[in-house]
Design a protein around this ligand. Structure first.
Ligand code: A3P
Length: 306
């Protein structure tokens, strides 16, 4: 409550907890019960792990590299976050202004094949995911960089009132939005060898974007020429993504908070895009606590971070 100035809803599951905005309770069960289709592609991730970037890769690969639509239709319409109902926004399309009030209905009514994203942990996702087994792509990121990125994000969008050191402490204690990090990462890490699951790391996406999009294309049974991959990688570069109103969140945020939002707050949804930014933020004490926390939670799992 102190951190965000608003009372959140803490959803407990075994073993973990997930802090959500209170209105999530209105859609939580509808998400768990949402029907899953065999030809869906689900992108699941903890926030700030490069999921918007990866969702853009997935959507373009699935849609014959339709760059025009990717620029002109915001990602939340093409490939929505299923729990996005927390943000009501008006979307202007060729038919006029639509109020996106219920993201679960939006997802339920999408034509196939659907491209769906979620930041929820496995126990709060549709139970049919395990039965129908659609393709699932999971992105994770070094917890230290993710924490820095999430801190800036929460300051920009959720009126976060606490210091970075306090935020880091809350992350270790599972008290940041979306809750326990390793209860989110590990169930998908443990599924990484299942044929319908592709587990990706942000650091690998940064190091080898071309290799990553090829991996995703192969996973989706899609093939493109080397020239097409050139164009795709160029479209997905940090600067191009940042300038692209189709996926940089500018339109949604201006609709919600008013004109020139990024300029006013001096920040950007697609912020810095670097590996190792934690070194500019973390005290040696907090970095050591993170190292111990990571070690304790990944011991014996094989999950490692750059
Ligand atoms: P930073 O805050 O470290 O810059 P998500 O979409 O899951 O919330 O993740 C957001 C993070 O992905 C942000 O990290 C953002 O800058 C980064 N990102 C988005 N597009 C990117 C791109 N094209 N190249 C590199 N990083 C990108």
């Amino acid at each position: 409550d102190k951190a965000f100035g608003v009372k959140g809803a803490m959803l407990e599951y075994n073993p973990g907890r997930c802090l959500m905005p209170p209105h999530h309770l209105k859609i939580a069960q509808a998400i768990i019960d949402a029907p899953v289709r065999e030809d869906d592609i689900w992108l699941i991730s903890y926030p700030r792990t490069g999921s918007t970037w990866c969702q853009e890769m997935i959507w373009l690969i699935g849609n014959d590299l339709d760059f025009d639509t990717a620029r002109n239709t915001i990602q939340q319409i093409r490939a929505p976050l299923i729990e996005m109902s927390s943000v009501l926004f008006k979307y202007e399309n060729s038919l006029g202004k639509d109020l996106i009030e219920n993201s679960v209905e939006l997802v339920n009514n999408l034509p196939s094949p659907r491209y769906i994203k979620s930041h929820l942990p496995l126990p709060l996702l549709p139970t049919e995911l395990d039965k129908i087994k659609p393709r699932i792509i999971y992105t994770c990121r070094n917890p230290k960089d993710m924490c820095v990125s999430f801190y800036h994000h929460c300051k920009m969008l959720h009126d976060l009132q606490i210091s970075f050191e306090e935020f880091g402490d809350q992350m270790i204690r599972g008290l940041t939005p979306l809750g326990s990090l390793f209860s989110h990462y590990l169930p998908f890490w443990n599924k990484r060898h299942e044929t319908n699951v592709l587990f990706l790391k942000y650091e690998d996406m940064k190091r080898d974007l071309r290799g990553t999009v090829k991996k995703i294309a192969a996973f989706m049974n899609k093939s493109y020429t080397e020239e097409e991959f050139d164009k795709l990688c160029d479209f997905l570069s940090f600067q191009n993504m940042r300038d692209n109103p189709g996926c940089n969140f500018e339109r949604i945020l201006e609709e919600t908070y008013g004109k020139d939002f990024f300029k006013r707050v001096g920040n950007h949804f697609i912020r810095k895009g670097q590996v190792g930014d934690w070194k500019n933020h973390m005290s040696p004490e907090l970095a050591k606590r993170f190292d111990d926390w990571i070690e304790e939670n990944t011991k014996g799992t094989g999950l490692t971070f750059d």
